[in-house]
Structure formats: structure tokens, C-alpha cells
Design a protein around this ligand. Structure first.
Ligand SMILES: [Zn+2]
Length: 838
């Protein structure tokens, strides 16, 4: 049975795609047979996942017929985070999330549709529940009475708002989607109430949710859960329904969960929607429903969805994928962004699947995003965030990056304000939920150290005795984890220690004596014995430098040490660009060169790196800054002069490695990715042999225009896609939006004179959904010397929709063509495709 895990170990020597495939194999291994079943005198063994043969009577796990979970969440308040994680939470409380009621118009209590018992007022959509979901848990996890009180005020409003039929909260949502209910914001509010119940045990919550789900169950099956967001994210309700069922046992709840599964977006047959946040929360749905369906194929479907997303769009480090806002074919470079909402939803999904499956890979994936990407999405004081975080991102200015980044407008600079509306509220649950998952109960009445961070946990174990375990560690910046046990009386229970996938050489001591076991990556060491007050467990998770090659992204490489991924340390110049003194908006510009390729010649590229640790000092409270980063790497590198920012201020796309460079070799410093607000994380590799490529400066586009809407692209003028109609929304387009009724132009430039005799224009016209129309009139001009002259003998200028409009003219040698268009009064216009004919 240990075959598959041994494969994963050996896979260290293989390419990344092989590793992914083998991880999938390990993930699919659902047989809970111990790798090393024979218990020695210490009771130590290594297992691929915790078993479900017994049940834990102390904590609410799944009730039959739902499948028993190998790992069970402890009630909020059982775990006290410490160290750097506590500091993130404290900064969050002092920063944007703690003060969002002062900053966000959606979080104004007075007149809010979520605080009003009649459900009337403003701001009745997702923003308030998004924020409250993390804000409440932030208070519970920190024991911060002011926040707990602040959250309760809102929750009392929600609890007071339930109607006789079970609906609660904003009345407008009840008919919000063409007369049908918009169920999405309520899905988030259910999470708020679950946490509130777990922390307070408030008796009103279970009947309240029961009544709401009874209402939901009365909805007719046609259009059940209709609407774009509800249909894709309806799985969030399935999870809440199981949570409620586990506490009340009412069988109709499972019927309702089944109905939801059958009516929502089908995530069991692959990925059918490419919005980054939908992916981050939707992909897991079959894994959640697996608990009811009791067939492994559902759990496999969640893994398959993850593999599909990451295989296509997650080909760079940091644990995220290229979804800025949607994933788009052709936009997979590490300069593409991942939305902050996507990060925290992905983490939440991983936390869920970890408990459902017991597969330690999910905890690895959660740590990957949490320590590498999430800190970088926020300012070091957690007073602002940005919408998009990229593995390669060297300048955080306010400028528009569309169409190279799908979202137009400001996406990179930091702000506490509504320009990042959804993330501004939703980021709140990232760190609190993470802190709640550090320790989990096991089905066999033990405890599992799931995500490593300094903390303290109090829980019931064994025959029901309470124990406290203090976890001391600098993880992920240090490889030592010390667990100190406090128990009134000796108590026997199993203690599970997760071994991450990158750790091939873990070791364990109990009270200073080595435990004879051979921990494998992606497994658990289980220490089952009678634990006494003062017992100490020392776990070592040695971290080696690992170089990973990203074949699908030009053979670039990234480097990690343990779970930490490293980025080039780039000098930062922070510049205020808006906001107030208390809540500034900030741009960040590089002050040192960033266009380096790494010099890694040799069989063992990891050998090129020198690891430099801060010696002898306690871990800084906020380790995620360039100045306080606890670990640095040094490595030889050469600059690649032709690798530059593009015209949008984006780092140039990667080109194939190895790359030639005639620059001198320097030693550069890398810092943890989470500490690098500016970063190169996917590096080109410098080479000298015949296979080395010269880096070519990208050519400027041969097209320009009087104006181009920031979400559209001049490239549409280059006849890249065949339109299906004038209102084809599926292809890139060029528009003069939001110029209306004006005279505009668009030009095509030639390198050398070309003979041209006709032009075909496919006009964009979104009658019915937008304000672009075919123009009132147009004409073609040709470039003669420095002058633009009307084409001679033009056959006519038609403005028909749904086809090319061709005009022929006297053949002319020209350096360029210009389309001049007079837009219709009050309307804008655009072009889907332009053909220049010899
Ligand atoms: Zn967002």
C-alpha cells in the first residue's frame, strides 16, 4: 500500500508535471490502511490519512448517512493563534477589516438592509455578509470583545429580520433576479451565523437556519437557484445544510442538499465556468457532496477540477492561478493576476476538503497560498489591499493594464476603498479561518496538527479529558515545531502530525528521545500513547532548497525552501496616490533592477543558492516585509537588458529559457514571496550553450486609435478573430467607448510601403445590451509621406451589421491606412475585425 506515496517521494527528481500527476494518484488513494501498521513501544506509526473506524463523541462530526469525516473542526475559541499569525490578525483588527464600518458605504449600520429587522434599506447584497463573515471570526479568534460586540450588533439585526415564511435579511433580494430570489448573499450570511453559533451556542441560530432552508425547500424546481452567481456557487449552501443537519438530524435537509446539487452548475463533469472566484469556491462542490453521495468519484471530481484549473492556468508559484478576472486562453504568464477573493476562497475550499478527505495535500495547498500569496495582496500594516497579485509583478501603479490584464482600470496599487469592492470585504475571512484550522479533532478521539503555526489548543481527547497543547514554532520560517502538553491526569490519545509534501527527512522526538519511525511526505506521523503533563514532542521538518521548472511557462524556474517560495528582492518606493492620511492609497515603484535571469548551471541547480537566516533573534512580529524577512537566499544572476516593462507598465512576458546574457554575473538576494510586494518569482534561467535564446524586445503594435476603451484592445483591429455577429461578445473587440457622437479614427501602420486596393470593416454594434452602434458615416485615408489623403474612387462606405463592409478604391502604395468614423449622436462605436486587402 505504500507504493503510491513512495512514488511521490521519488518524484522530487522528476519534472513538475510528473509530480502533479503523481500527487493526483496519491490524492485519489482513498484506502485508509496504515503505511506502517506495526506499532512499536512508543505507538508511533505513519499513515496516509486518519481513519474513520471510530467516532469522536466530543465534537460535531458528520451524522449518518453522511460519510464520517476523518478530521473535525474544533469549536471556534479552542485554538489561540500566536506568533506571526496572531500578529496578522491583530493588524487585521487594527487595519482595514477592523475599521471597515468607517470606510465602506456597504458597512454603514444605519439604514442598512442587513441591520434592519424589516430588511429594508441600502447595501443588501454580498458586501456586508462578506465582511461580517471574517469580522465576527476575527473577534472570536482573537477574543477581542469590541469586535465580538460589533459583529453581534449586525447579527442581532439579521436574526430579528426573519419573516413568517423563513426568508430573512434584505427583502429586495427576495425578488432580486427578475422577480426570483437572489440566493447568493444569503449563502455568505449562513456562514456568519454558523460561526456565531459555534462561538456562542446561541439557541436562536439552529431554528432560524432551519426555517430559512424550509423556505428554500419550497422553491419550485424550475429555475431553482437561478442566476449566474447563485447557480455556480450553490454548493456553499450544501455545506451549510450539512452543518445544520449534523446538529439537528432533520432528514429533509439532505433531500434539499440533493436538490441543490442536481439543479446547480454541474462541477462533477469538469470545469464549465472560468471566473476566478467561481472556480475557487465552485471546484470543491463535488468533494462536499461526496459526503452524501458516498462515491469516491465525487471526491475525485474536486481533485480533477483543481488539476484542470492549475494545469492550464496555475503554471507559476504561489498557489494561485491566472484569473484576472476570468481565466483566458493565451493569458497564462506569471504576470497574470489572481484576485484576492480567489485566494481566500481557495484557502477556504482547501480547509474544507482537508477535513472531508483527510488528504494532507489540501493542507499543503492551503499553506502555499496563505504564506506566499495572501500577505503580498495586503500592505504590511493590513490597511489596504489590491485586487490582483501576480507571481511576476514589478510595479504597482494605478494605471490600466487591460487588455493584458482582463479587468480594466486600477487593479495593482493598494487601497482600503471601494475600488476593490468585493475583495475589500471578502479578504476578512482569510486569516481568521486559517487560524481556526491549525488544529483538528480526529475521529479516533485524538488531535491533529494540520496547519503549522505557533498556537495553543485546548480540546477533549481520549476518554474525555481536557488537554492543552502549546505549539512553539517559527514555521514556515523555521523547521522546528515543539508541542508541550498540559494534562491534569495522564490521558491516552493519538496525536497526528502532518508531514508536508516537500519534507523528505522529518523526525520526531518525545521528551528528547528519538521516535523510531520513518515519516514520509504527504502522510501523518501518529503518536498514540498515554500523555502526561509536561510531555514534549519535538518535530523537525527540514527544509531543503528546491528548484522547480515550469515547462508550460517557457522553462522558467522558481525556488522554494519548505513551503516558502522566494522572489527577487526589489527596492520599493511607496508613493501615496489617494486616500487620507489615516487610510492612504499607495503605489509602489521599483528602485532597483528586476530583469534578472538566474545562473544555475550544473546538474543540481539548488546548489546555486546560499540560505541566509537571521541569527539568534526572535521572529519579527511582521515577517512579511523586505526589511524583516527572516530568511534570504543569495544566488548568482545576470541581467537581461531586453526584458522590460511593456507599454502598460506590466513586466514583459517570459521568453524561453535558457536565455543568453552578456551582462556580468552578480549575486542577487531573494526573499519570501509573501514579503515581496514587488517581485519576480518565475525566473528565466541564463544559459550559454547552443540552446540559449536571445531575449527579443517585443515589437510595438502596428495599430493605433484616437481612443480605445480600457477593457478593449487595439489588437482586434489586426483581424485576429472571425466575428459571429456584430454583437459577438466572445471575441476581443476594439471600441471608442465611452466617446459618443464624436469623430474618431483608427490606424494601421506598415513597415514599408504596401499596395492596397480594398478594406473590409466588421463593425461592432451591441444594440439591445449596450450603446455602441455602426457609425453614421466613415471613410478610408491612405498615408502619403506625412499626410493622410482620402482613398480615391472609393466604391462606397456601407454600415451593415453582421458582416464585413467592403470598400474598394484605386490601388495605392501607402505606409498606412486610417479609418475615420463619425459616431451617431449619443452612441459610441467600435470594430470587431479589420482586413486590409492588396
Ligand atoms: Zn474580489
Amino acid at each position: 500500500m505504500n507504493l503510491s506515496l513512495n512514488f511521490v517521494m521519488n518524484a522530487q527528481a522528476l519534472g513538475w508535471s510528473d509530480v502533479l500527476g503523481l500527487m493526483l494518484a496519491a490524492a485519489l488513494l482513498q484506502v485508509p490502511v496504515p503505511l506502517r501498521a506495526a506499532a512499536d513501544e512508543t505507538g508511533a506509526k505513519v499513515v496516509p490519512k486518519p481513519g474513520v473506524d471510530s467516532s469522536n463523541p466530543f465534537y460535531t462530526g458528520n451524522r449518518e448517512p453522511l460519510l464520517a469525516s476523518p478530521l473535525i473542526k474544533l469549536p471556534i475559541g479552542s485554538i489561540t493563534p500566536k506568533g506571526w499569525l496572531r500578529h496578522q490578525l491583530e493588524l487585521e483588527a487594527r487595519g482595514m477589516t477592523g475599521h471597515l464600518q468607517e470606510i465602506s458605504k456597504w458597512c454603514k449600520f444605519d439604514g442598512n438592509a442587513w441591520s434592519d429587522p424589516r430588511g429594508e434599506g441600502h447595501s443588501g447584497w454580498e458586501e456586508l455578509p462578506y465582511w461580517l463573515k471574517g469580522y465576527g471570526d476575527l473577534g472570536y479568534v482573537l477574543g477581542d470583545q469590541e469586535i465580538i460586540k460589533g459583529a453581534r450588533k449586525w447579527i442581532e439585526g439579521v436574526l430579528a429580520s426573519q419573516q413568517a415564511d423563513g426568508w430573512f435579511g434584505p427583502r429586495a433580494n427576495k425578488t432580486g433576479l427578475e422577480g426570483k430570489p437572489d440566493l447568493w448573499p444569503h449563502m455568505v450570511m449562513c456562514n456568519v451565523l454558523e460561526s456565531f453559533y459555534e462561538f456562542t451556542g446561541d439557541e436562536r441560530v439552529l431554528p432560524f437556519l432551519t426555517k430559512y432552508f424550509k423556505w428554500l425547500n419550497t422553491r419550485p424546481s424550475d429555475n431553482f437557484g437561478a442566476g449566474y452567481w447563485p447557480k455556480i456557487r450553490f454548493g456553499d449552501n450544501i455545506e451549510s445544510i450539512y452543518w445544520l443537519y449534523d446538529r439537528t438530524g432533520e432528514p429533509w435537509l439532505l433531500e434539499l442538499a440533493k436538490r441543490i446539487h442536481e439543479h446547480m452548475q454541474d462541477w462533477t463533469t469538469g470545469v464549465h465556468d472560468w471566473h476566478n472566484v467561481n472556480l475557487s469556491q465552485g471546484f470543491r462542490e463535488p468533494g462536499v457532496y461526496y459526503q452524501q453521495a458516498r462515491e469516491d468519484r465525487f471526491l475525485r471530481a474536486a481533485e480533477n477540477n483543481y488539476q484542470t484549473i492549475m494545469g492550464l492556468y496555475g503554471q507559476f508559484p504561489g498557489g494561485g492561478f491566472a484569473g484576472d478576472e476570468n481565466c483566458r486562453p493565451g493569458y497564462t504568464d506569471p504576470r497574470q493576476g489572481f484576485e484576492t477573493c480567489g485566494m481566500v476562497e481557495f484557502m477556504h475550499s482547501f480547509e474544507m476538503l482537508m477535513k472531508i478527505s483527510g488528504n494532507p495535500l489540501w493542507a499543503d495547498r492551503c499553506e502555499d497560498i496563505a504564506v506566499n500569496s495572501l500577505p503580498a495582496s495586503l500592505t504590511p500594516d493590513l490597511k489596504g489591499l489590491h485586487y490582483l497579485t501576480c507571481a511576476n509583478q514589478v510595479q504597482l501603479d494605478q494605471g490600466n493594464k487591460a487588455p493584458e490584464i482582463q479587468n480594466g482600470g486600477t487593479m495593482f496599487s493598494y487601497s482600503p476603498f471601494e475600488r476593490y469592492r468585493c475583495c475589500q470585504h471578502n479578504v476578512s475571512h482569510g486569516w481568521p479561518y486559517y487560524a481556526e484550522e491549525l488544529w483538528l479533532a480526529t475521529a479516533d478521539r485524538g488531535l491533529c496538527a494540520s496547519l503549522y503555526a505557533a498556537s495553543e489548543v485546548s480540546a477533549k481527547v481520549g476518554t474525555g479529558a481536557s488537554v492543552k497543547i502549546v505549539e512553539e514554532t517559527d514555521y514556515p520560517f523555521g523547521d522546528a515545531v515543539t508541542l508541550k502538553i498540559t494534562a491534569v491526569q495522564p490521558v491516552r490519545f493519538p496525536l497526528y502530525l502532518r508531514i508536508p509534501r516537500w519534507c523528505t527527512d522529518a523526525s520526531v522526538k518525545i521528551n528528547g528521545a528519538a521516535v523510531p519511525c520513518e515519516p514520509k511526505p504527504l502522510a501523518y506521523v501518529v503518536l498514540e500513547q498515554e500523555w502526561k503533563d509536561g510531555d514534549t514532542v519535538d518535530l523537525r521538518l527540514p527544509m531543503d532548497v528546491r528548484v522547480q521548472k515550469w515547462e508550460k511557462n517557457q522553462n522558467a524556474v522558481s525556488v522554494s525552501l519548505g513551503v516558502l517560495t522566494f522572489s527577487l528582492k526589489i527596492g520599493e518606493r511607496w508613493q501615496r496616490c489617494g486616500g487620507t492620511d489615516a487610510w492612504p492609497e499607495m503605489e509602489v515603484f521599483p528602485t532597483t533592477p528586476w530583469n534578472y535571469g538566474l545562473v544555475l548551471n550544473g546538474e543540481n541547480p539548488a546548489k546555486a543558492f546560499e540560505v541566509v537566516k537571521r541569527g539568534g533573534e526572535p521572529l519579527p512580529a511582521q515577517p512579511f516585509t523586505p526589511a524583516t524577512a527572516p530568511i534570504e537566499l543569495r544566488v548568482p544572476a545576470k541581467q537581461i537588458p531586453a526584458w522590460k516593462l511593456d507599454s502598460l507598465g506590466l513586466v514583459g512576458k517570459l521568453q524561453p529559457s535558457p536565455v543568453k546574457s552578456d551582462q556580468p554575473t552578480e549575486t542577487v538576494t531573494l526573499i519570501p514571496m509573501g514579503a515581496a510586494r514587488l517581485r519576480i518569482t518565475s525566473f528565466p534561467v541564463i544559459g550559454e550553450g547552443p540552446d540559449a535564446h536571445a531575449w527579443t524586445a517585443p515589437k510595438p503594435l502596428p495599430v493605433s486609435a484616437s481612443h480605445c476603451n480600457e477593457s478593449d484592445t487595439l489588437e482586434a483591429l489586426m483581424n485576429v478573430k472571425q466575428p459571429k455577429s456584430s454583437n459577438d461578445q466572445s471575441i476581443p473587440r476594439f471600441t471608442w467607448w465611452d466617446h459618443r457622437g464624436t469623430a474618431e479614427w483608427a490606424e494601421y501602420h506598415f513597415d514599408k510601403p504596401r499596395k492596397v486596393s480594398a478594406v473590409e470593416v466588421y463593425w461592432f454594434d451591441d444594440t439591445g445590451s449596450g450603446s455602441c452602434r455602426v457609425p453614421q458615416s466613415w471613410r478610408v485615408l491612405c498615408k502619403q509621406g506625412q499626410d493622410w489623403k482620402p482613398a480615391q474612387g472609393a466604391s462606397g462606405y456601407e454600415t451593415k451589421v453582421n458582416r464585413y463592409n467592403r470598400t474598394t478604391f484605386a490601388p495605392v502604395e501607402t505606409l498606412g491606412l486610417r479609418i475615420e468614423a463619425q459616431l451617431r449622436p449619443q452612441f459610441s462605436g467600435g470594430i470587431l475585425s479589420l482586413k486590409v486587402i492588396e
